[in-house]
Design a protein around this ligand. Structure first.
Ligand code: NAD
Length: 409
């Protein structure tokens, strides 16, 4: 089953439970617009290469489309449609006035030079300039797209329209219209909702053991924040290694070790494990923060954690989700757990439109407010419908999208 089939299955389940208006369901069952382009790029050796590119504008009932651009060799239209749909849900869960969209380019960026990546990024903007814009559709980084790429894109768009237009993309460097706190926003947002879930279970930070799969932007910042708050991070994994120390891993030492050795393996005081073993450890919280489809029907039953916080997008397959539900695990779904990223992207856009900068403290306090409100709304709906948090997050979002759609029609 592909990602878009999964997404539509989630939509169908939530809409049935809440009895979603059938016209709203019909509108959400397909993207509003799909634009495809072939991007010509002159490579460093003088040859011409053509790259297939997409922008899916999934739904704009609540505001302009918002969502990242993915550079990846396996990008395909169904994946981009699914991601655009999930962005629609995510923006509504955290109640920011934006719709959902997503973009992609079929490319292995690791095989391109920086100059070639710049040309490709600028070509993307030229191809999609009519459909994007600060009040229409605001892309952002995603897998293998960076603040530097966003800077090239904002620059290209500004040159094309002849007006400085920093608000056309978010996730830019702080020196060029980016927001303070964007780099840590996903983990910080996840930390707020995890704290709420932990206190609902009556757990205390110092007695709460955590395993984190993925030690990149989201996972490593999360590890630092948890350690600072007194949690015991006992297991970490990256693409090459998985380590375990039941006494708690020193995150600063792990970071330094990884920089020096390009791997976590061999960190003093920790034992190396097989990648799969991270799922069955005796921990209270498991945080997938790497890739999609990591928690599957093969490993879901072995999970001992009480809480699974999905910092990654789509880390749990639908079959695994069902096993976790039967086993009474609390799964804080991606559309809520990692929504801090898009929330601070929205703050960045607000700052750009008002030609302003917010302080780190302002960003943090606005983010906390949005995440706590989202957690409360999703918890209330979960109790009202007696459903898991994923279904509840979908219902919360769909109620908001339905209201906007019906008021407008
Ligand atoms: P990243 O590339 O910075 O880090 C990914 C990490 O996962 C790396 O440490 C990598 O080594 C590790 N990894 C890769 N394959 C692995 C495997 N098989 N087993 C264990 N670890 C593996 O990416 P990121 O920005 O941290 O994003 C991680 C996830 O979070 C993605 O699903 C992304 O969509 C999601 N996410 C990120 C943000 C954000 O702001 N960074 C926002 C929303 C969602």
């Amino acid at each position: 089953m592909n990602a878009y089939d999964n997404a539509m299955r989630q939509l169908e389940k939530a809409s049935r439970l809440m009895d979603l208006n059938k016209d709203v369901l019909a509108r959400l069952s397909a993207p509003e617009k799909v634009v495809m382009a072939n991007l010509p790029v002159i490579m460093d050796d003088g040859s011409l290469k053509i790259f297939e590119a997409y922008r899916v504008q999934y739904n704009s009932a609540r505001g302009p489309y918002k969502g990242g651009i993915r550079f990846h060799p396996q990008v395909n239209l169904d994946e981009v449609k699914a991601l655009g749909f999930w962005m629609t849900i995510k923006c509504a869960v955290v109640d920011i006035p934006m719709g959902g969209g997503k973009g992609g380019v079929v490319v292995d960026p690791k095989s391109l030079s920086q100059k070639e990546i710049e040309k490709l990024s600028r070509a993307w903007v030229r191809a999609f300039r009519e459909v994007i814009g600060p009040y229409k559709d605001i892309p952002a980084p995603d897998v293998y797209t960076t603040p530097q790429i966003m800077a090239w894109m904002a620059d290209e768009y500004s040159q094309l329209v002849g007006v400085p237009s920093l608000g056309v993309v978010t996730g830019k460097p702080v020196e060029f219209g980016g927001s303070k706190g964007r780099g840590t926003a996903t983990a910080t947002g996840g930390f707020y909702v995890l704290s709420a879930a932990v206190s609902e279970l009556g757990l205390e930070a110092k007695h709460t053991k955590v395993a984190i799969q993925g030690f990149g932007n989201a996972g490593s910042v999360m590890a630092e924040q948890l350690e600072a708050a007194g949690y015991k991070v006992v297991a970490l994994a990256d693409s090459r290694s998985t380590i375990y120390n039941p006494q708690g891993i020193n995150i600063k030492e792990a970071t330094e070790h990884k920089i020096k050795n390009s791997s976590l393996s061999g960190l003093a005081g920790s034992q190396d494990m097989l990648p799969e073993e991270i799922f069955s450890l005796p921990v209270d919280v498991l945080i997938p923060a790497a890739l999609e489809n990591q928690i599957t029907k093969e490993n879901a039953a072995s999970i001992r954690a009480k809480i699974i916080l999905e910092l990654a997008n789509g880390p749990t397959t639908p079959e695994a989700d069902e096993i976790l539900r039967i086993n009474k695990k609390i799964v804080v779904p991606d559309v809520l757990a990692n929504a801090g990223g898009v929330t601070v992207s929205y703050f960045e856009w607000l700052q750009n439109l008002s030609n302003d900068y917010w302080s780190e403290e302002e960003v943090a306090s606005e983010l906390e407010e949005k995440m706590s409100a989202a957690w409360s709304a999703v918890s209330v709906i979960a109790k009202k419908y007696n459903v898991d948090l994923r279904t509840s997050a979908f219902i919360t979002a769909l109620e908001r999208i339905a209201k906007a759609t019906l008021i407008r029609s």
